[in-house]
Design a protein around this ligand. Structure first.
Ligand SMILES: [Mg+2]
Length: 409
């Protein structure tokens, strides 16, 4: 079997940030395409400070809508594999990496040599220092598509190719509690528990004063009671003193984990904070390879790591990261954010195949590139994802629905 083509499809769909997540509507910074003089370009302008207007240094740019990048790898055997690069902003960059760098390196290769091809892709830029970011996001998308091909070729789901399943359903948490007011957030958190069956819900802080942040989480913790765990994500908003102050108050609320309390670069700060707090400190959605995780794990700088399979090199690298964490007696949880069901399916197969898996993020906000892109939806009920059992990723895209959100230009 040989690879005959690798294609990448940027997706874009509108999203109501305020109604779906309670976040501020992103501000448009200007028309990038105009600035570049490329009238035909569909490039959308990154927006700033989607999470807070107060502190800017830690904040990502967000698109006004939702964006991602799907990858399709074709073979001469008539089997095609699907993958996804986590590319919430400027998916065209990862697309260019695939078209100009990774694709030419892989054409004619046997797609079933997945690990060998991963090394080949990573080696294209190693001595130039490209070991994270857009490169590993692009590699992730291709890698997942190769695993999908391998599974389809032998008629087995990916988790079986990885060594078998430790579970046939994967525990999930409701990520993000929408609502403009504290009461609306409380009501939605209760709804996630009572109507959707979640036993874990994640709230978001880092946008207000420390007092308001803690009060908001106390209200959620009180509303959830013993029915569900509360996870708290601070999006890297605090300095060391603030994180310690907030952390000490949160742990009295019996928080499941305290996510991204500090800027991701502050590894020493994470070590100090983890030592100071009794509750679990979680981080790692920013890390893109096993070497970055090795350093955090060896230093015992975090209690739970949060790799994103569509950012951190795909299933091949994700498996190495998960096993490395296991060597350090550390659980991992899947960062998913907002992508397509390809992203979720890849995370679920990796989760099923690793004994130290903890919990998977489940976007609860409206996702215009979610299950509607599939012929058969991925099911999350009673707080658990069902593991797709078909060959490869075990999902099938609805081409018409996919076309409706595909950017052509
Ligand atoms: Mg997070």
């Amino acid at each position: 079997m040989k690879i005959t083509a690798i294609q990448a499809f940027p997706l874009r769909a509108s999203r109501d940030y305020v109604a779906s997540t309670g976040l501020q509507t992103p501000k448009v910074a200007g028309q990038h395409s105009r600035a570049l003089g490329a009238a035909q370009s569909p490039v959308e302008i990154p927006v700033e400070r989607a999470l807070t207007g107060a502190r800017t240094r830690h904040i990502c740019s967000y698109p006004r809508g939702v964006q991602s990048l799907l990858i399709r790898v074709q073979t001469d055997a008539g089997i095609a594999g699907i993958g996804e690069s986590h590319a919430p902003v400027a998916p065209q960059v990862a697309k260019a990496v695939i078209e100009h760098l990774l694709g030419p390196a892989l054409l004619g290769e046997d797609p079933r040599a997945v690990d060998v091809l991963w090394e080949k892709m990573a080696s294209t830029m190693r001595l130039r220092g490209h070991t994270t970011g857009f490169l590993t996001e692009a590699i992730a998308g291709v890698d997942i598509a190769l695993w999908d091909i391998f599974g389809k070729a032998v008629g087995l789901p990916i988790y079986q190719l990885l060594g078998g399943g430790y579970a046939d359903r994967i525990k999930a948490y409701a990520s993000g509690v929408p609502g403009k007011t504290r009461q609306a957030q409380v009501d939605n958190a209760r709804r996630f528990v009572e109507e959707l069956g979640f036993t874990a819900v994640k709230g978001s802080i880092g946008r207000n004063s420390l007092e308001l942040d803690v009060a908001a989480m106390a209200a959620l913790a009180d509303a959830l009671g013993t029915d569900a765990h509360l996870l708290v994500d601070a999006h890297g908003a605090y300095n060391a003193q603030e994180a310690t102050q907030v952390g000490l108050e949160l742990q009295s609320l019996d928080i499941y984990w305290f996510e991204d309390p500090l800027m991701p670069e502050d590894h020493a700060g994470y070590k100090l904070l983890s030592d100071r707090l009794d509750m679990a400190v979680a981080a790692g959605e920013t890390e893109c390879n096993r070497y970055q995780f090795r350093d955090r794990l060896a230093a015992r700088a975090v209690d739970v790591i949060l790799p994103d399979v569509c950012r951190a090199g795909g299933i091949s690298e994700g498996l190495k990261i998960a096993r490395l964490a296991d060597v350090h007696h550390t659980p991992w949880a899947a960062h998913v954010s907002m992508g397509t069901p390809v992203h979720i399916a890849a995370a679920l197969h990796l989760a099923a195949a690793t004994p130290n898996f903890l919990i998977c993020e489940c976007p609860t906000h409206q996702n215009p590139i979610g299950n509607q892109l599939l012929r058969t939806p991925i099911v999350c009920e009673d707080g658990f994802f069902h593991l797709p059992e078909g060959p490869g990723l075990g999902i099938e895209l609805d081409e018409e629905a996919l076309e409706s959100v595909t950017l052509h230009a």
